[in-house]
Ligand binder design. Structure first.
Ligand SMILES: C[S@@+](CC[C@H](N)C(=O)[O-])C[C@H]1O[C@@H](n2cnc3c(N)ncnc32)[C@H](O)[C@@H]1O
Length: 309
């Protein structure tokens, strides 16, 4: 059968004209068409099959559901047939209720998304959302970084260093634990991060040239230093003029067990101590803020502190 005959046959039924009219602006599933037209699923599916076969309608699968819409690549003749069908459906008695039901279904669809987001607003940052994670946000934010030379002091096995190395010119990860350094170095090699170098050393005297890095990171490392003030002075020394220091550490707390559980030397720091030490080390434009508070006891709070050389 030629495509013209197929189209004429497809248009020879009033139900199919109604379907075409409903699909003119919206992509709809069989269930939705069923609800709008108040017809059984098998009848609607048969009509859709015929319309699809004639090339007037196309479908798209999404999970278990199939959505239908008018063919986007309809040739001139098919486009004319579709316009005729829509005009014809407009003259049918069911047209008014079809359009009312269509509006209801579309409004409900929009409501479903709206209801969900209205429900979680105010606690969205703490609730689960598919694909939303701090790790993913981290990757996105890292894309904003220029290619810097970075020192990650007290790097551990390099969780942060690895992320930074995907963007940075070079990352030097310093840690005083031989196991951390050797594990981190192996992992960086395995991941092909040739610009990430692990060095064994102390963050109070890091094995890095003075005035050589753009950014120093101290993430949950300063509270392990014997003398944190000296560590901040060393960070200042290795930075190039204009370079930045950013540190994350715990706000002063009373959880003594942290010494035994996590090997911490200092139970966090007060904002004023950190501010004074940064100032004494020579940093300018010092910033300090509490950026996180844990929900579980002992409710550790995380301080973010920064300064520029
Ligand atoms: C809590 S971990 C933080 C690791 C990493 N910065 C992070 O945020 O995931 C602390 C790390 O500092 C290292 N460390 C402790 N004292 C140090 C020191 N004096 N000099 C260099 N590294 C030190 C430890 O070996 C450990 O890997």
């Amino acid at each position: 059968m030629t495509s013209t005959l197929k189209s004429l046959r497809a248009l020879s039924d009033p139900t199919r004209l109604r379907i075409i009219s409903l699909l003119q602006d919206e992509e709809l599933s069989v269930n939705e068409l069923q609800e709008i037209m108040r017809m059984g699923q098998s009848r609607i599916s048969t009509h859709l099959g015929l319309l699809q076969d004639s090339g007037l309608v196309q479908s798209r699968r999404e999970g278990k559901r199939t959505f239908y819409k008018l063919a986007t690549k309809a040739d001139t003749e098919a486009a004319e047939f579709l316009q005729l069908a829509i005009r014809g459906a407009g003259e049918m008695p069911e047209n008014k209720s079809d359009l009312t039901n269509l509006r209801r279904i579309i409004a409900r669809r929009e409501d479903q998304a709206g209801v969900y987001f209205n429900q979680v607003a105010g606690r969205f940052d703490r609730s689960y959302g598919p694909g939303r994670s701090w790790q993913a946000f981290g990757h996105l934010l890292l894309r904003l970084l220029p290619p810097l030379v970075v020192a990650d002091l007290g790097s551990g096995e390099g969780l942060l260093s690895e992320l930074l190395a995907r963007r940075a010119k070079k990352v030097i990860a310093v840690d005083n634990s031989e196991s951390m350094v050797s594990f981190g170095a192996k992992k960086a090699k395995k991941n092909g991060l040739t610009n990430l170098e692990f060095r064994l050393g102390d963050l109070e005297n890091p094995p890095i040239e003075p005035n050589s890095v753009d950014l120093v990171i101290l993430s949950q490392a300063l509270h392990h230093a014997e003398n944190p003030e000296v560590a901040l002075q060393s960070a200042f020394k290795i930075l190039k003029p204009g370079g930045h220091l950013w540190l994350l550490d715990l706000l002063k707390h009373n959880f003594e067990n942290a010494r035994e559980l996590y090997g911490d030397r200092w139970l966090g720091f007060t904002e004023s101590d950190l501010h004074n030490w940064l100032e004494k080390a020579g940093f300018k434009k010092i910033e300090l803020s509490v950026v996180a508070r844990e929900e579980q006891p002992p409710h550790f709070e995380t301080l973010l502190a920064g300064g520029i050389k």
